[in-house]
Each structure stands twice: as C-alpha cells, then as structure tokens.
Write a protein that binds this ligand. Structure first.
Ligand code: TYM
Length: 325
C-alpha cells in the first residue's frame, strides 16, 4: 500500500501526534511505501515567526528520524520544496465547493470564533491537504481522529474529479488506530490534546522532562470516584489508561485491574515514571540529530527531490485532463 502522512512544524510535538500519526507511520513503513511530509505550508496558515519556523522544520525532521523513519526506505520531504503541492492545491480549489469547505470543523476550532480575521489559507487548508494526498496516488493516510473529516473531503474531491474529467486519482482511506488516535487534553479530557492550547497543562510535549511530566500527569483531571475502572465514559481516567497502554503495550483491563483499589494517585505516579522512561531515549535521539543540521538538510533535500519527481507525474496528468496541457 502507498501511505502518506504529515505533521505541521508548529511548536513541539505532543504525545497525541506521536501516538496518533508518527508511530503508526513508522510501523507502516515496514511493509509499505511511505511518504512522510513536513507540512510547513499548513503551518503558515497562522502567523509564524520565521526563525522559529525554521527551527521547527528541523526539529520535526529530527523527530521523524528519531522515532524510526528511515530515509533510505521512506521519502521524507518538506512540503514547500515540492511546488506541485501548491499547484494542485490551486486546481483543487477550483473543484471544491464553498459549502463543503465551510463544513470543515477544524476551521471553526482553529479560528477560535474569530472567523473574519482568520487567514483565507486557514479556511482553504483542507484543499491543500487533499492535494498533498492525491499527488502521490496515496492509498492509506495514518492520522488521528481529528483529521478524519479532511480525508473524507479528499475522497469526495478525488471522486468528483475522476468522474468529471476521467480517472486520475487513487481514492485514499484514513488509517485510524483503535487506541492513540484521540488522546485527550490532560486538563480538559472532553477535548483533544492540542499543541496550540493556551495552557501547557493540556499536553505532554515529547521533549518534557521528568519533572514536567510528573507535574502535568499528577494534575491531570480525572473524576471524583476513588477507584480505577475501565470505562470509556470516565474520560480522564480512560485517557491515562490509554496512554499507559500505548507505552507499555499491557492490555488496558489488566492495568485498570492493578490500580482498581489503589486509586488514581498510584496510577498517575507510575504513569509519569513510565512515560519519562519511554520518552528519554527518544529525546536523546532527537538531540543527537539536531547536532547535525547539515545532515538533516541533506536528508530533506534528497527526499523532496524524490517527492517532486513523483508529484509531477500526477500534476501533468491532471493538467492534461482539464485542458491546460
Ligand atoms: P497536525 O499537525 O495538527 O497533527 C499531526 C497528526 O497528529 C494527529 N493528532 C492527534 N492524534 C491523536 N490524539 C491527538 N490529541 C492528536 N492531535 C493531533 C493528527 O490527527 C495528525 O494526524 N493537516 C494536518 C497535517 C497534514 C496532513 C496532510 C496529514 C497536512 N497534509 C496530508 C495527512 C495527510 C495537521 O494539521 O496535523
């Protein structure tokens, strides 16, 4: 299967990005052709500081590599280096309808009620995302639950285009895992964990140290019931059990049973320790890669050239179908 995914280089990654997208992509890399994208054009839909963005692009590349993305097997590339993304993005803008674009919930979430002053790019970004996916004849897109709507939108656009102009695009499907695709905010477990949250208590960054992890996990909102049980309706507790399961691979019912009478304090203490042990080697790998920025640049450049070649093939087909070539 041909698989593509991307993460925006905004702030540091959190464990939701890790469990929802990055690690699933690393797993899929084994038996599939993977394209792993640094989604920098998506990042600029909200104001970015140029110096910080430049650093974040290298950071995310280092995080991909540290998590196990192998540039010899996988095309690791930077979206803005492949001009076909904005070209197909424009063409797909002429196919997408105002009404369906307006239904995308991320625009409403990300513009935070300030829709009139949000950038037009933030509004049209799902169309660029569709182009990202369709350019490579992608079959599977590993993402977190919050991106499902965008993949469905991509499918609709591709089907409409194929029907109207003739078969060009492969119809992709979202690959959403059972656990890890919807990690909740620690301080508001009814919402998803988010890097742009106003409070750092919302998320665990993959670069948080032991002290920070301890503080955040201990202050995670649970509920007033003294015991621990496996119940999806107990959002905060269920979220902690999910994270525990993802890092230890121990079945969730066994974890819940072990802490049943001990209560949330013990669960939180042990989870904080396990999470620290889990993230420490990843952090060391990332720091190691970041010491060698020239190598990171080289990897991105080579990957982006390989992506460009593939993307151009689809773009030319599209241009022919619609009468531009
Ligand atoms: P972004 O950068 O917001 O998030 C990157 C990935 O992390 C997943 N994710 C989560 N998973 C589980 N729990 C959470 N709390 C959580 N928060 C985020 C997201 O679902 C995503 O998979 N538009 C995309 C980037 C993108 C893309 C693409 C993805 C651009 N083009 C093409 C796939 C294919 C985005 O903003 O992701």
């Amino acid at each position: 299967m041909k698989v593509l995914t991307g993460i925006q280089p905004t702030n540091l990654l959190h464990i939701g990005n890790l469990f929802g997208a990055l690690l699933p992509a690393v797993t899929l890399q084994r038996d599939n052709k993977l394209l792993m994208m640094v989604a920098d054009y998506h990042a600029i839909t909200v104001r970015q500081d140029a110096m910080v963005l430049r650093d974040n692009i290298l950071f995310i590349t280092a995080a991909y590599l540290a998590a196990g993305i192998d540039p010899k097997k996988t095309i690791l590339f930077q979206q803005s280096r492949v001009s076909a993304h904005t070209e197909l993005g424009w063409i797909m803008q002429t196919q997408a309808r105002m009404g369906e674009t307006a239904r995308m919930t991320q625009f409403k979430d990300k513009s935070g009620g300030q829709e009139d002053s949000a950038s037009v790019g933030l509004f049209t970004y799902p169309i660029l995302q569709a182009a990202d996916i369709l350019l490579y004849q992608t079959e599977g897109v590993p993402v977190g639950e919050d991106q499902k709507q965008h993949i469905e939108f991509t499918r609709d656009l591709a089907e409409r285009f194929n029907k109207h102009f003739g078969e060009v695009f492969t119809i992709p499907q979202p690959l959403i895992r059972k656990y890890g695709a919807r990690i909740k905010a620690l301080n508001e477990p009814e919402k998803k964990m988010s890097k742009s949250a106003p409070s750092a208590k919302n998320y665990i960054s993959i670069m948080d140290d032991a002290e920070m992890i301890g503080k955040k996990i201990r202050s995670a909102v649970t509920d007033s019931m003294p015991d621990i049980s496996l119940d999806e309706k107990r959002l905060g507790v269920y979220n902690l059990l999910t994270i525990y399961h993802l890092i230890t691979e121990e079945p969730m019912d066994e974890i819940a049973a072990r802490y049943a009478t001990k209560g949330s304090k013990f669960l939180k203490d042990d989870l904080a320790e396990a999470l620290t042990l889990y993230l420490t080697p990843l952090q060391a790998e990332i720091k190691g890669w970041l010491k060698n920025k020239d190598e990171l640049q080289k990897i991105i450049k080579i990957g982006s050239e390989a992506a460009e070649e593939l993307a151009q093939k689809t773009l030319v087909e599209v241009k022919k179908k619609i009468g531009l070539l």
